[in-house]
Design a protein around this ligand. Structure first.
Ligand SMILES: [Zn+2]
Length: 340
């Protein structure tokens, strides 16, 4: 069965209005491209938009997605024969060439079974191995009228330029705190206080995926607050305490585990510094309440310092990806802060 011509697409997405308009137009006008690159920060909604976009393409009704036609049902049950979602499992370091051969290349020139298109998503595409990326490139160079490939990546600069240039680029940005606040209110039960709604909305830093976790996994919200507090404490602590902190933080046995702990710590600290920087520019009231609780502490850093530490955190994260020792990275970062 083929899908009928669409006249309207409805979305359940937080923010990203322009992207949704653009994708809806491509579906309605039937001007879909054979390869898309959805890129932008983690947890802003790239996969959510990709799923709803695919669902709308597969839906057999004019007002899509209807949720009840065969196309919608098999997609929602995750057994649509024309859709494949390629991703790295937790144990894998990369998306390997075998996965790309089996799940992408072999299917690429087959006719779709039911829908108008074969649709393939390659999630976390920056983790493609070099061979996998090269073989994917060959597929992108021979587009098929009945195939759509959606590549999702947080950092497109880590993809081969040749892949990026073959795709229609769709850039995602963080969404406004107002949009996140509306989402938090809609998702939360009524028992949640106004203060917590504000805290979560700001702490999510424009990423609906993070707000969702904070609302639905309370331990994550608690851990997040504790981690922010320990960071504020450690950058105000004497140097000896900073070294002890690093020792406790990186207590995992394996190098790789410590790399991921260091990476996550740097990411979190960047969000705290960014909040302070935005606070310094008077942008909304981005200061975290966790920081307010510690207002006795010295958090009046200059914009120049904040910007340079943010840059340093970014540089150290790139270093960690290239085998820099997690201990060196974290120590180096925490020693940037002035000691009294
Ligand atoms: Zn449908």
């Amino acid at each position: 069965m083929k899908t009928s011509k669409k006249s309207h697409v409805s979305w359940k997405v937080i923010g990203h209005g322009k992207i949704l308009e653009f994708l809806e137009m491509a579906i309605v006008d039937n001007t879909l491209t054979s390869a898309y690159l959805f890129h932008g920060p983690a947890k802003v909604g790239k996969s959510t938009v990709a799923k709803q976009f695919i669902n709308a393409v597969l839906c057999e009704q004019t007002d899509a997605p209807c949720g009840s036609c065969n196309g919608c049902k098999s997609f929602l049950n995750k057994n649509h024969p024309d859709v494949v979602w390629v991703e790295k499992s937790l144990e894998q370091k990369n998306i390997g060439i075998d996965q790309i051969r089996e799940q992408v290349i072999h299917r690429h020139h087959l006719r779709p079974s039911f829908a108008q298109y074969q649709i393939t998503v390659i999630d976390q595409a920056e983790t493609l191995s070099l061979e996998a990326a090269n073989s994917l490139l060959k597929t992108l160079e021979e587009p098929s009228a009945e195939s759509i490939i959606i590549i999702i990546a947080d950092s497109p600069e880590r993809l081969p330029k040749t892949i990026v240039s073959r795709c229609q680029r769709i850039e995602f940005f963080t969404v406004t705190t107002d949009a996140i606040r509306d989402f938090v209110v809609a998702e939360s039960d009524t028992a949640i206080s106004k203060g917590v709604i504000e805290d979560i909305s700001h702490s999510a830093n424009g990423r609906p995926g993070i707000a969702w976790r904070f609302i639905h996994v309370p331990e994550e919200w608690k851990t997040y607050q504790d981690d922010v507090l320990s960071f504020v404490e450690v950058i105000n602590a004497p140097l000896s305490a900073r070294f002890r902190f690093v020792q406790d933080l990186l207590s995992a046995k394996s190098f790789q585990e410590n790399v991921s702990v260091a990476m996550n710590a740097l990411k979190l600290w960047q969000t705290v510094l960014r909040s302070l920087l935005l606070g310094g520019y008077g942008v909304e009231s981005q200061r975290l309440r966790a920081l307010d609780k510690l207002s006795g502490k010295k958090l009046q850093f200059s914009r120049g310092d904040l910007a340079s530490w943010l840059g340093e955190a970014y540089r150290l994260r790139r270093g960690l990806e290239a085998n820099l020792s997690p201990k060196l990275a974290v120590e180096h970062f925490l020693l940037l802060f002035p000691s009294s």
